[in-house]
Design a protein around this ligand. Structure first.
Ligand SMILES: [Mg+2]
Length: 230
């Protein structure tokens, strides 16, 4: 007899293919703003953006900067590195990125089949560090909303994974017991160690088979495998 009743899913890079969808969006933006003139190659633009985005997200997670600042500063720093100081352009790009990317629909393989199977057996919920309007648009557009009873965002919880406060907020509002719940996510520190420290079982979604030495309840490299575990 399976002890779980509630399954908590991460969204980005676990169900919704964040990197493919972002790449698509950046290609559109690159053409629209004729960024070839500034960056010479798409790769220059993309790599530089990723670098600044990661650093700013880490600052945001630590509460050092605000969401608005993060959303345009990652583009203004990318432009600056190629000699362009133009906050207006950065803000227009940021606006487009936030508008376009959540409308993209690429999911990890077997996402719909797996969720279709799971949502008949368990109560499914999302716990995500993304911004409210963005995450809800993704779920709506990718036709994922129907599987989930609750979507818990860091914005509503007032804390980001791996902070135990967001897990506490989610379990309390889902009326879920720790011992009957399991967390599925792709980020070893944020989702898995976060859930483990809070006292939840965990399933590490590791599609690129990254090496690690963490002790985890289950590990999978395809969503399809969830049907064997759950
Ligand atoms: Mg993720």
């Amino acid at each position: 007899m399976n002890k779980y009743k509630n399954i908590f899913f991460d969204l980005d890079r676990t169900i919704w293919d964040f990197d493919k969808n972002a790449l698509d969006t950046f290609q559109e933006i690159y053409l629209k703003y004729e960024l070839e003139n500034i960056f010479k190659s798409f790769n220059n633009f993309h790599k530089t953006y990723i670098k600044h985005n990661e650093k700013l997200w880490s600052d945001y997670r630590q509460g050092k900067i605000e969401k608005i600042f993060l959303s345009y500063k990652r583009f203004s720093l990318t432009l600056e590195e190629f000699g362009i100081k133009d906050d207006d352009l950065a803000k227009r790009i940021a606006h487009d990125y936030i508008k376009i990317s959540p409308t993209k629909k690429q999911l990890f393989p077997f996402a719909h089949e797996t969720l279709e199977y799971l949502h008949k057996k368990y109560k499914l919920h999302i716990i995500t560090n993304g911004f409210n309007e963005v995450q809800f648009t993704k779920l709506e557009n990718s036709n994922l909303k129907k599987y989930f009873l609750n979507v818990f965002t860091s914005e509503d919880a007032g804390a980001q994974k791996p902070n135990p406060l967001i897990f506490e907020h989610a379990l309390k509002n889902a009326n879920a017991k720790e011992e009957e719940s399991i967390m599925i996510g792709d980020d070893l520190q944020v989702d898995i160690v976060g859930a483990k420290d809070f006292g939840l079982d965990q399933i590490f979604f590791n599609p690129y088979k990254k090496k690690h030495s963490e002790n985890i309840t289950h590990e999978i490299n395809s969503l399809e495998k969830l049907q064997e575990i759950l």
